[in-house]
Ligand binder design. Sequence first.
Ligand SMILES: Nc1ncnc2c1ncn2[C@@H]1O[C@H](COP(=O)(O)OP(=O)(O)O)[C@@H](O)[C@H]1O
Ligand SMILES: [Mg+2]
Length: 384
Amino acid sequence: MTSTVTEAPARQVLPAEERYAEELAFLAAYDSGPRPPGWALTPKAAVTFICGSGDEPLSLPEPVKGVPGELTVAPKFVGERSLVERCVVTLAGERGLLLVGEPGTAKSMLSELLAAAVSGTSALTVQGTAGTTEDAFRYGWNYALLLAQGPTPQALVPSPVLTAMRSGRVARVEEITRCLPEVQDALVSILSDRRLSVPELAGTDEATLSAVPGFTVIATANLRDRGVSEMSAALKRRFNFETVAPIADAAAETELIRRQATAAVERAGAPFSVDDAVLDTLVTVFRDLRSGRSAEGWDVERPSTVMSTAEAVQVAASLAISTAYLSAGEPLDLVPGHLLGVVRKDDAADHARLLGYWDGPVRRRAEDGSATWRRLWDLRETVR
Ligand SMILES: Nc1ncnc2c1ncn2[C@@H]1O[C@H](COP(=O)(O)OP(=O)(O)O)[C@@H](O)[C@H]1O
Ligand SMILES: [Mg+2]
């Protein structure tokens, strides 16, 4: 039997508004209260979308077609609710929001979730790089049309920022500090005047494009990149800064890593088989090296790499995939090799710092009689 129906190919990653389409539709129906212009959800529902609804399922006041009557909204960002509330309030006031922090603290994730909750799309995104030009914030031209017709509104190719202005949505600028300062400054007039002039279209209605209510910008910046300090004062003033810190609570971090690694391993077609003792150990090492202090209060020399939660998720997933596909032995035995891969990136001295961690906390815990740490200590040769 032949079929002419072609299925859309599976996609590796779905944008937040598609992955969580059911939750977003539910929350829009659940909280029908007043909302800022252009918003898909009320500010309160936007916070619930990101932080979760707790253990109790929420129930719709009355049935709505195509929406489940009851739903528990999963928590997505692990961290202070008050931070998420401030972000939402900033956007409700149509202020720019700048999320700063170490790499891997979920700044991009938070920006995507906020844009999906507020505007129903996280796709209006500019990825900042050293090669980003002003066009990425303003507009470009379709050169074939430009040659054929001259500068007409049809020949203008809007940037994601311009599309957001015209439709009253949130535009995202990732890694804004990687853009050259003069390119960043294209945002100053957009955020202050809320309009964009197109000199090529002078004399037409489209010579000035004005933002529709709802338009604002969420930018992210990594503290490890060339600094936020290099942003112009004019641009800084147009943003509310929020610092996203690594997850404070060890149990919450472990839980998140288990959840996300399980999902990643399922995508690879394998079960998540890493037991709690191994996961706890992994998280302990990451947190000790990240903070420069062990859970017991011993000093630890910090490597120059970040030891982010995101990388811990990847290591946990790799352990499970190795065990499932390569029968590579005990997951714990693979931990030192993966740690070396995470730590040894930029600075040769980081390798020595990891060895120092072995000769300090790992050894002391082994001497205290813990079987897991004893085994890691026995594997010291593998980090040499
Ligand atoms: N506080 C957190 N809450 C939820 N997920 C987190 C958190 N911190 C790190 N992660 C995980 O780390 C991943 C990487 O985050 P990302 O948004 O790319 O970080 P950043 O943009 O800060 O470098 C996230 O997709 C998520 O899997
Ligand atoms: Mg990012």
